[in-house]
Design a protein around this ligand. Structure first.
Ligand code: UN1
Length: 510
């Protein structure tokens, strides 16, 4: 039986079920969390029901009335203490995440660091969120914008970033005066419980209970209820494009606001004058990091035909040294994928690629690290046929597969990069500023993605920038820059401090 780290207080949580066999179905009211490295159950979590959801929302409406009247910089103090507590618990939180979703230790801890970073950022913002004064066309009138708390924010997260994506939303929502209602993935409920408990504990100790709520349940029972719920003015959802399309339609149907962070099919362009060593190292991390299960993972390599073989040769040599295995063991670079469905999707994609004329250069198989009964696949490189036609590469397979294409001219490379439905992340490695500026061209003819990197890989964004993408990626922006605006409502205020009625547009009404 798993013994959770005492500082995470999981055992004290009434939802926590220590003894599970792994055979429990969701109809038993318990979701079992499995360790994807061993395939064994870790512990269970009691699911929310329609009634407990309803109670959470009603209590949250009351909590909102209290929280919104706490001055924003004071809300920032709460967030500062949450960030500090996350800092203290970086190790245990990172480890539970490694155990539950298979991230290697460095990446698990790195993810919690992302929450610490956004907490710091939110503390600063708590003294900065504000509007502008606009010149009025009328004498003795003042116009200004103010930003007001929005209300209850529904946050739906995926298994792959079970801590940080909540952090991006919840830390900003908190300083904005909102209550976060978090529905985590049923593949990572323990990380969510531990994470939310940190925030709730700190806020409660400071006299602000009920600001951070968790609802754990199936999409049918809880997810559908949330997205249709008019008491949640904003739904922020991370997941597949299909999921987002559904969420977007339901929320639009009630004229709610949506913040969608959906799939990516991210490409790395490498020109012939690029630093190939840098490009190879970055692309290896981009494609095999998190076992290819980031929305920002590099899925396509578009290499100039003169250097493609050299570049892929360097990467292939690196791939052969990568240790696949227990994510918590020193030296492991690739842990398991999340479950059998991902293994099947991987195998299916490799088969399709072969049938479409792709050549497997490295990997391509299910992996079986010694002593581990979980779900592993080999990081894989597949070369597209000379025609560059490989339909499977147009899809996002959430696994470590990199498809290689070649190009002659940079325009052609940019077209290829933009030819997929998704528009999250993109990268170019090149030596000439003429080329990199083409990729970033301010006329919009370069990368069509929300994130564009030069001499850096597609994954690993810092929290200070706005994170998200265009097209089927959903258009939402989270984390830094002015993403906070999504969690507030804007009010344009006009004040007449004279004694005369002056109508706008010079209208006379006498
Ligand atoms: C995700 O995969 O949903 O840029 C988020 C990155 C991370 C976030 C990934 N900072 O790769």
């Amino acid at each position: 039986m798993h013994k959770p780290h005492p500082d995470l207080n999981l055992e004290q949580d009434p939802r926590y079920v220590a003894d599970v066999t792994g055979k429990e179905g969701l109809e038993s009211g318990i979701a079992v969390s499995f360790n994807p490295a061993t395939g064994e159950p870790i512990a269970g979590v009691r699911l929310d029901t329609a009634e407990s959801y309803e109670q959470t929302i009603r209590e949250s409406q009351e909590a909102f009335k209290r929280w919104r009247s706490v001055p924003a910089p004071v809300r920032g103090e709460v967030v500062r203490n949450i960030g500090n507590e996350m800092r203290r618990l970086l190790g245990p939180l990172g480890e539970i995440e490694s155990m539950e979703v298979g991230k290697i230790r460095a990446e698990g801890i790195g993810e919690v660091q992302e929450t610490v970073d956004i907490a710091d950022y939110a503390v600063g913002l708590s003294r900065m969120v504000g509007g502008r004064t606009v010149p009025s066309e009328r004498p003795q009138h003042r116009m200004m914008e103010q930003w007001l708390p929005l209300g209850l924010v529904g946050v739906i997260t995926a298994f792959n970033f079970p801590n940080a994506v909540w952090g991006w939303n919840a830390m900003l929502a908190a300083i904005c005066g909102d209550i976060t209602i978090w529905k985590p993935s049923l593949l990572a409920p323990l990380t969510a419980m531990a994470t939310n408990a940190v925030a709730d504990r700190v806020a409660t100790q400071m006299g602000h209970p009920g600001v951070f709520r968790l609802v754990i349940g199936t999409d049918e029972e809880i997810g559908e209820r949330m997205i249709a719920d008019r008491r949640l003015p904003l739904i922020s959802a991370t997941g597949s494009c299909n999921m987002g399309r559904h969420v977007g339609q339901v929320v639009a149907g009630r004229l709610g606001k949506c913040l969608l962070e959906l799939g990516g099919n991210n490409a790395v362009i490498v020109d012939k004058d690029a630093d190939l060593d840098l490009a190879a190292k970055s692309t290896v991390f981009g494609s095999v990091g998190t076992a290819g299960q980031r929305c920002t993972s590099s899925r396509r390599l578009i290499a100039h035909k003169d250097i493609a073989d050299d570049l892929v040769g360097r990467m292939a040599r690196a791939y052969k040294t990568i240790k696949i295995g227990d994510p918590l063991e020193e030296g492991t670079l690739v842990g398991p994928v999340i479950g059998q469905r991902t293994v099947d999707a991987f195998t299916n994609a490799v088969e399709q690629a072969k049938a479409q004329g792709g050549e497997v250069l490295v990997g391509g198989n299910v992996a079986k690290p010694e002593g581990l009964g979980g779900w592993f696949v080999e990081p894989t490189i597949i070369k597209a046929p000379a025609s560059n036609e490989l339909p499977i590469a147009m899809e996002e397979t959430f696994a470590p597969i990199l498809y290689v294409f070649t190009f002659d001219s940079i325009d052609e490379a940019i077209d290829m990069q933009n030819s997929v439905d998704q528009g999250l992340s993109s990268a170019i490695f090149a030596g000439s500023v003429n080329t990199t500026e083409k990729f970033l061209n301010v006329d919009g003819s370069g990368s069509d993605c929300g994130l564009a990197y030069v001499n850096l890989g597609t994954s690993g964004a810092e929290i200070g920038g706005a994170f998200g993408g265009e097209k089927d990626t959903g258009g939402g922006r989270e984390a830094g820059s002015d993403s906070w605006k999504a969690y507030m409502r804007r009010q344009t205020c006009t004040i007449n401090f004279g004694n005369e009625l002056r109508l706008a547009q010079g209208i006379r009404f006498e």
